[in-house]
Design a binder for this molecule. Structure first.
Ligand SMILES: Nc1ncnc2c1ncn2[C@@H]1O[C@H](COP(=O)(O)OP(=O)(O)OP(=O)(O)O)[C@@H](O)[C@H]1O
Length: 309
């Protein structure tokens, strides 16, 4: 059967269709069209103020679109949440203070239509040891783990996480992502907003880049890197050369000269290296490599800024 746009939307975990949301004259989400599919782990990236939290809030029915529509499992976000199909961990989510960790997690389990056992939820979030501690006595990273426990208190099909690992130490972060991978392997869809691009690169099947409320890129991390089109070039100089001559190389987007070692980024590495020879520079130990996701992200968002200014 060929899948039409309509059936694709009906079977989507979540579908945004031409969604716009403004706060006063700030357009936080601007004509966003997007579908999430079952079993995907999707990273939502974007500079500060790009509209990531607003997008997640719209998905969770915490904010309403000015125009366009948001559907979750073919229904309204609210209906999907009431049915227990969505678990969420929000950036700003305050935690009830005068209760213990176990009491709070029990409450979340009790409220979930497809609840898991409290002990299992505590163990999965790595907080069994602090189950009896008062919530207002937790460190930032521990509070994040508790938020994660609340998001996974029941058997939800979609897990939404807004900057989930902020404040977590390295081992907490690794444990967190190992758990998220298990959740995805069990067929759940995971959508997370993050500023840690290495996490997006390592974890996500799909990366969305938002900028001023619009979707600039949508693909695998490899596709996003290829879209940036740029390469990094590193070489050692044989002899002295004026840095200003290097700065004049064609297609150069960044340069760093440290002693004899030159690192550049170029939107056409072949042409840049060719021009080097033209300057009489014979690069030693020449290495040309694709950009990392972080560099690609900066290249894509800066190119968009330049277009708009
Ligand atoms: N309640 C609000 N009232 C007014 N403006 C808002 C409100 N919430 C967000 N904004 C503005 O909307 C835009 C998008 O904000 P949003 O929080 O969605 O971005 P973000 O990508 O999550 O940012 P960050 O990475 O900094 O968390 C920003 O310009 C922000 O200042």
């Amino acid at each position: 059967m060929t899948m039409t746009a309509e059936t694709a939307t009906a079977t989507a975990v979540a579908a945004f269709d031409q969604v716009t949301k403004s706060y006063g004259n700030v357009r936080a989400v601007d004509g966003l069209t997007l579908a999430l599919h079952p079993g995907e782990t999707v990273a939502l990236l974007g500079p500060n103020g790009a509209g990531k939290s607003t997008t997640l809030d719209l998905l969770l029915g915490l904010k309403h679109a000015d125009s366009g529509s948001v559907a979750v499992f073919g229904t309204s976000p609210r209906e999907a949440i009431v049915a227990g199909r969505v678990g969420a961990m929000l950036q700003s989510g305050g935690l009830m203070e005068e209760v213990t960790v176990a009491e709070l997690v029990r409450l979340a389990c009790d409220l979930h239509p497809k609840r898991f056992k409290v002990d299992d939820v505590l163990a999965r979030a790595g907080i069994s040891q602090i189950a009896d501690r008062k919530v207002n006595k937790l460190s930032g990273g521990q509070a994040q783990r508790v938020r994660f426990a609340l998001a996974t208190a029941g058997d939800s099909d979609l897990i939404v996480l807004d900057e989930p690992t902020t404040g977590m130490d390295v081992s907490a972060r690794q444990a967190f992502w190992a758990t998220m991978r298990e959740q995805a392997d069990q067929g759940r869809t995971v959508l997370f907003a993050t500023h840690y691009l290495e996490e997006a690169d390592a974890i996500a099947d799909r990366v969305l880049v938002l900028h001023r409320g619009r979707l600039l890129a949508d693909g695998t991390a490899a596709e996003i890197k290829a879209k940036a089109g740029a390469r990094s070039v590193r070489f050692d100089l044989e002899g002295p050369i004026e840095e200003s001559a290097l700065r004049g190389l064609p297609f150069l987007t960044a340069i760093d000269v440290s002693g004899q070692t030159v690192r550049i980024q170029s939107s056409d590495a072949d042409a840049t290296v060719h021009a080097l020879y033209g300057l009489g520079v014979y690069p030693r130990n020449l290495e040309v490599a694709g950009l990392g996701l972080e560099q690609a992200f900066v290249a894509i968002t800066e190119a968009e800024e330049a277009k708009q200014s």
